[in-house]
Design a protein around this ligand. Structure first.
Ligand code: CAA
Ligand code: NAD
Length: 282
């Protein structure tokens, strides 16, 4: 089936990026948020990224205009009624996601595909909560979406081959490099990345080094673009905490268990870059 109109649920860190790359690739894109304030903030971040891109000579004025021209925001599910694909990028909580799919299904047509950008939840469970488990799959993007080339495409037990192919094709159409990932907690990348990030927090708790020295060590010693604490702040400590709990629940292995410090930072509202404070202050 031809995808022309794309809905994106959530205009946070990930939803804004997904909406931007979809609109930039020529898809009419409608991004939905919980209220006008959050929506305005999210759309503002997209505009800023494009404006910065123009200033850096990485984005042309034409691409900026096309992207913004293809993009609109809403707080009303009814505006998603013509979508051929809805990509969900809201909070990493299974019940909130299921409620959102029910709202989507109350307005879209029977052929509309739904994909989740979940980092760690069971895609088969999410699919089974809808009336179209065969038209549901995972499209896992990476942060920052406009710069990271990878998308993991996840086939739930119920996902039809036609849906999987359409999602894979969509990832290619927006200029990404898709890989096939299994419906197992964390898929491929987070299965490896999340224990590393959690271990960095455990090292800090044990007094192995300072935040700055551990970051510097991994950056300069291993050539990683960001040290683990910069990356944790970038991903969001709340999101990392949700992911860790979900992976621990799936595998019951201590390497996935959220360290006590992570839990306390989230409870204190230190969510990383997005809240102005995490392991660093912004
Ligand atoms: N518009 C267009 N291009 C832009 C841009 C903009 N607004 N801003 C930056 N760029 C371009 C730059 O021009 C540069 O391009 P070249 O390499 O061609 O010169 C490139 O993007 C990198 O930008 P910068 O040099 O400004 O920044 P950087 O070198 O510090 O890199 C980064 C930034 C790409 C984010 C890098 O630090 C990085 O890769 N960090 C790791 C990110 C990561 O690991 N993400 C995954 C998180 S986990 C996840 O997402 C999964 C999950 O479920 C939690
Ligand atoms: P975020 O907190 O930055 O944004 C989530 C947004 O969803 C918020 O703006 C919130 O207002 C909105 N929202 C919440 N409930 C909603 C609803 N019912 N309808 C519409 N909007 C709603 O979170 P994020 O980092 O963008 O994460 C979103 C999803 O993407 C999660 O499933 C996360 O696991 C996944 N993910 C995150 C990253 C990352 O690096 N942060 C990377 C890949 C995947």
């Amino acid at each position: 089936m031809a995808i022309k109109t794309v809905g994106v649920l959530g205009c946070g860190l990930m939803g804004a990026g997904v909406a931007q790359v979809s609109a930039a690739a020529g898809f009419r894109t409608i991004v939905l948020e919980v209220n006008e304030d959050v929506l305005k903030k999210g759309l503002g971040r997209i505009e800023k990224f494009l404006t910065d891109g123009v200033a850096k000579g990485k984005v042309t004025e034409e691409v900026k205009a096309t992207t913004l021209g293809n993009l609109s925001g809403t707080t009303t599910y009814a505006d998603l009624k013509d979508c051929d694909l809805v990509i969900e990028a809201i909070v990493e909580n299974v019940d909130v996601k299921k409620q959102a799919y029910a709202q989507v299904e109350s307005v879209v047509g029977p052929a509309c595909l739904i994909a989740s950008n979940t980092s760690s939840l069971c895609v088969t469970e999410l699919a089974a909560s809808t009336k179209r488990p065969d038209k549901f799959g995972g499209l896992h993007f990476f942060n920052p979406v406009p710069l990271m080339k990878l998308v993991e495409v996840i086939k739930a037990l119920s996902t039809s081959q036609e849906t999987f192919d359409a999602l894979f094709g969509f990832a290619q159409a927006i200029g990404k490099e898709p890989i096939t990932a299994p419906d197992r907690g964390g898929f491929i990348v987070n299965r490896l990345l999340v224990p590393y990030l959690l271990d960095a927090i455990r090292c800090l708790e044990e007094g192995l080094g300072t935040v700055e020295d551990i970051d510097k060590g991994m950056k300069l010693g291993c050539g990683y673009p960001m040290g683990p604490f910069t990356l944790l702040d970038f991903v969001g400590l709340d999101t990392t905490y949700f992911i860790a709990n979900i992976l621990f629940d799936e595998f019951r292995e201590t390497r996935f268990a959220p360290p006590p410090l992570l839990k306390r930072m989230v409870l204190a509202g230190y969510l990383g870059k997005k809240s102005g404070r995490g392991f660093y202050k912004y």
